[in-house]
Every structure is written in structure tokens, then in C-alpha cells.
Design a protein around this ligand. Sequence first.
Ligand code: RB5
Length: 171
Amino acid sequence: MRVALAADHGGFRLKEEIISFLKENNIPFHDFGTHSEEAVDYPDFALKVAEAVASGQFQRGIICCGTGIGVAIAANKVPGVRAALCHDTFSARASREHNDANVLTMGQRVIGPGLAREIVRVWLSAEFAGGRHARRVAKIAEIEKKYSRCGGKPGEGAPAPACRGEGNGRA
Ligand code: RB5
């Protein structure tokens, strides 16, 4: 499993903590930035991870900002991405088992590094339960199709790989 990571300035320190955790546990990752606490725009960094995951290049993504909210909203605009904002381990596990979340978001101004590490540990090790949950996740993909270019009229733009059922997207 390869993890795509990113943060804005508000989540930079939390991202560095997660990098330490991934290194300690020999989990391969790529850091898409940002690389300092200088102010940047969170959608730019959420998009890098969202596209890396939707393309199938990375199996999971983790994005941090001040609250975890902005990056979750932005990442969820990319077809094939199921980003979950989790600040507790119960939600982190459920987001994998029930929602097949492929992106985790967290807020540096909300939780401490110890809890964030534990959330990442639980989230990376939990598996999608399938069964009735697969039917529901498929319905999310249907909504996505209905409102995205890939479900739209021909000529409106090239479908993203995730929309064609490739990569991590569920067709
Ligand atoms: C940046 O100040 C802050 O708005 C951002 O990190 C995030 O919390 C947005 O949702």
C-alpha cells in the first residue's frame, strides 16, 4: 500500500508527525507538500492527493489542514475519492469498514499528534467490510456519476480514470 500525503500550512506540523509514523512503520508514502508553515491554499494540496488516489497511483491518501474540513470538501469533488474527516478511532475504522474511505483528513487545530497517529494506524489497517456496505458505496458512485462530467453528455470533457471504473473508483 502506498500513501499519498499533503497538508496546507495549518496542517503542516501534523503531516510531519504522520510522516514520522509512516517511516517508523515502513509504510511507503509520497509527500505532496506543503513543506513549510507559509500560507498556501488548501484546495491545491487536497487536489494533489485526491488525483493521486483517484488515478490508482496510490491506494490511500491522508490530508491535513487546520480543521480537516476544507481538504475533505475539496478532495471529495474528485470522482472516485471518498474522503473521511476523522478525529476519533471509531470513525476512522468505520470509514474504512462501511464507507471504503480512500482518503483520511484531519485537523491540526483539533487533535494532538498522539491521537492522530492512532487514527492513522487504525485507518490504514482496517479493511472494507463489503456486503451491504458495497451496495451503499455503489450508490454513492451513482450519485457522483449523475453529477459529474463522466456521467454527463458526450463532449463535456474527458472522463477521469476513476469514472471509467479504473483505479480506485467504483464504477
Ligand atoms: C487555514 O487558515 C485554514 O482555513 C485551513 O487550514 C483549514 O482549516 C480549512 O478548512
